[in-house]
Design a protein around this ligand. Structure first.
Ligand code: ADP
Ligand code: MG
Length: 271
């Protein structure tokens, strides 16, 4: 694969298998040559059946996991170590206040405490967390904890931004608001964003491009360009152009999810 000039991230033929718990010597093939690239300033979403290896790819991008073969290349400022990563599990420290949780990433970067707190505090209203600065994570709803974890990631103003199902635990109204908000900040800063979601509508609404992973062991099953005008508002969702893209993705994802299910329950009777 040759790198195009504007590529920010090039993911090249990643493979990975994991040892299987309780089955000595047997390995689970998770990635079977995953390749895709992300251009500078592009918003790319990754979808795929549950268990297909999406989070594994992100862990590799963040440098937490290494591939068995294949490579990841970053171009432009920074490297993988400079990604701002929001993992699928929110991981807030229970003994710290919400504010002190949200400044962690900045503190690791060496930002002085007072400045880190000021920058994080400014974002609390936009994340629907105003008034909860001094609360403990256990006092927040699941959705609020997820927004706090996202705030901690976004406040670092680093990119590429890696978001693993950032809105997974949110009710649909809050989710829609957060999607609009994310689109707004992305339009403003033009970060390179790579996001995992299981919500096809969310993928089409936010993305320039959608990468669909196959059932395990994963390859890139399809790439869909979303050439809808921006800024996008909610009325777009009911247009024929939007619906057509959604249906295209739905069909592919259903097919792959059926294959994934058949692997998990090979003896299940067909209906
Ligand atoms: P997804 O995010 O697409 O749902 P994951 O990347 O989390 O999928 O996981 C893909 C598969 O790899 C799953 O079957 C998962 O159990 C397995 N897996 C992920 N990480 C590990 C690990 N560190 N050790 C063993 N198995 C793992
Ligand atoms: Mg995952």
């Amino acid at each position: 694969m040759t790198d195009a000039g504007d590529d920010r991230i090039v993911v090249d033929r990643l493979t990975k298998s994991f040892p299987q718990e309780g089955r000595r010597g047997e390995r689970l093939d998770v990635l079977a040559g995953v390749s895709f690239s992300v251009r500078a300033g592009e918003f790319v979403t990754v979808i795929g059946p549950s268990g297909s290896g999406k989070s594994t790819v992100f862990n590799m991008l963040a440098g937490l996991e290494s591939p068995d073969s294949g490579s990841i290349r970053f171009h432009g400022p920074g490297t993988g170590a400079h990604c701002a990563y929001m993992p699928q599990k929110d991981l807030l420290f229970p003994w710290r206040s919400v504010l002190d949780n949200t400044v962690l990433g900045l503190r690791v970067q060496g930002v002085p405490k007072a400045e880190a707190r000021r920058r994080a505090r400014e974002l609390f209203p936009a994340f629907g967390l105003a008034g909860f600065e001094d609360a403990r994570p256990e006092q927040l709803s699941g959705g609020m904890r997820q927004r706090a974890a996202m705030l901690r990631t976004v406040v670092q103003e680093r990119e590429p931004l890696l978001l693993d199902e950032p809105f997974g635990a949110l009710d649909s109204l809050t989710r829609t608001e957060m999607q609009s908000w994310l689109q707004d900040v992305w339009q403003r800063y033009r970060w390179t964003v790579l996001m995992i979601t299981h919500d096809i509508r969310e993928a089409v609404y936010l993305s320039d491009r959608v990468v669909v992973l196959s059932a395990r062991p994963a390859t890139v099953r399809h790439e869909l360009r979303v050439d809808l005008p921006r800024p996008r508002d909610l009325s777009l969702i009911t247009t024929p152009e939007f619906v057509a893209l959604e249906e295209q993705l739905l069909e592919i994802l259903h097919e792959e999810s059926r294959r994934a299910l058949a692997q998990q329950h090979p003896a299940a009777p067909r209906r």
